[in-house]
Design a protein around this ligand. Structure first.
Ligand code: ATP
Ligand code: MG
Ligand code: MG
Length: 371
């Protein structure tokens, strides 16, 4: 059926690796473009991958000439060349989302609830934002941010300069600090045919700004979950282009706010590989090829995903091997630098209580109250 198709993916990290795993099962070939010759995605398929930057328009065009369709596993790519190439989601959508200020302006004008924010041109603007919206607030890099690396919490007026300089003072914006009760996330997938589906709402727990745990489904009131899903779907409907999208949300006493959107598979959706009928990676492939979407329902009552960061990766992986319902996914990265995402473990269980006791076998992790 789809055996003659080749998809080119911009980026060759772990998301590309898991995308290739899903594509192989449907006989779809995937060629990755990444500057690292031994990147996670390139290690697992014998196809000739491309070495080069996904920010380089010539390299992107060259990849496009070798494949039927392009997609992304990272949004920090050259969108100029993509405007005239066959890519899903669209260059326009990737362009809006890759600039977090433009993304917030887009979401606000589409009617999505977002925290108060403002673009900044100078330290004076940054001081004024704090005076207007209060301290602490977040100073954020507009471009290229991930794992909270482009964020700085500005504690008071006296810390504005320090924050500004720490982030290099270029292309920054400010965002009001949100006193959230929980962080939630949802994967939404839309096919080129227009078919749309969303996965269950999950709760994410970040440690040092990096995703640490994902509990699926989120242990929240059903009405809140429905509202979160509605807000996420409406936000995605304001963007064009097919594929899977990750929507990060804040649950606050005053309602749900959208934190940010990723136009690609997302860390909060890794649990879908072991816990849902169709993984986020397979549904992304189906969506961009116009194949019928697979069920986004969970096939187990409860799941927990634990990210493996840095040097502790191998000890945790070893422990996971004897935990019932646990599956380890390692990404093939060589250097286990502190904070680097080296893999993840998903644990599935028959109940939330069982999930927590299995989770405790792995590590002393934050447990959340079952509903
Ligand atoms: P990634 O893309 O890896 O999710 P990022 O670098 O784009 O991360 P954000 O999602 O902006 O970073 O922020 C990282 C974390 O910092 C959030 O998950 C949340 O815990 C916290 N955070 C971000 N913005 C705010 C805010 N306005 N108020 C309170 N906390 C925030
Ligand atoms: Mg981000
Ligand atoms: Mg984020």
């Amino acid at each position: 059926m789809t055996s003659n198709l080749t998809v080119g993916v911009l980026g060759g990290g772990q998301l590309g690796r898991m995308f290739i795993e899903a594509a192989h099962r449907l006989n779809v070939k995937v060629v990755a473009l990444d500057p690292n010759e031994n990147s996670p995605a390139k290690q697992i398929s014998g196809l000739k991958h491309m070495h080069g930057s996904f920010k380089d328009s010539e390299a992107v065009k060259e990849l496009s000439s070798q494949v039927d369709l392009l997609t992304i596993e990272i949004e920090h790519v050259d969108t100029e060349s993509l405007k005239v190439l066959n890519v899903q989601p669209t260059a326009k959508t990737i362009g809006i989302i890759q600039d977090k200020l433009v993304q917030k302006e887009h979401l606000k004008s589409a009617g999505s609830p977002v925290p108060e924010f403002a673009g900044l041109d100078s330290i004076k603007d940054a001081v004024e934002f704090g005076q207007k919206h209060g301290f602490p607030y977040l100073l954020k890099c507009r471009m290229g941010a991930y794992d909270g690396r482009g964020n700085y919490v500005v504690k008071s007026r006296d810390h504005v300069e320090e924050a500004w300089n720490a982030l290099g003072g270029k292309l920054l914006y400010a965002e009001k600090f949100v006193p959230f009760t929980k962080e939630l996330a949802i994967m939404v997938v839309r096919s080129v045919t227009g078919e749309i589906a969303s996965y269950p709402v999950v709760e994410t727990v970040q440690k040092d700004n990096i995703c640490h745990l994902v509990y699926a489904p989120a242990q929240i009131d059903g009405v809140v979950a429905q509202n979160a899903a509605k807000i996420a779907r409406e936000a995605i409907n304001s963007f064009d282009g097919a594929g899977i999208y990750g929507v990060e949300l804040f649950d606050t006493p005053d309602g749900i706010l959208v934190n940010e959107i990723a136009p690609r598979p997302h860390n909060s959706g890794h649990y879908t590989i072991d816990a849902c009928h169709t993984s986020q990676f397979e549904n992304h492939l189906r969506a961009i090829l116009g194949l019928p979407l697979g069920s986004t329902d969970m096939k187990v009552p409860a799941a927990l995903m634990v990210n493996l960061l840095g040097p502790e990766t191998y000890e945790l992986t070893k422990k996971s091997l004897v935990i019932p319902g646990a599956t380890a996914h390692l990404y093939g990265k060589e250097e286990a630098k502190p904070g680097r995402k080296m893999g993840h473990i998903t644990i599935v269980a028959d109940s939330f209580a069982q999930l927590q006791s299995r989770g405790a076998m792995l590590a002393d992790i934050k447990t959340i109250k079952p509903r």
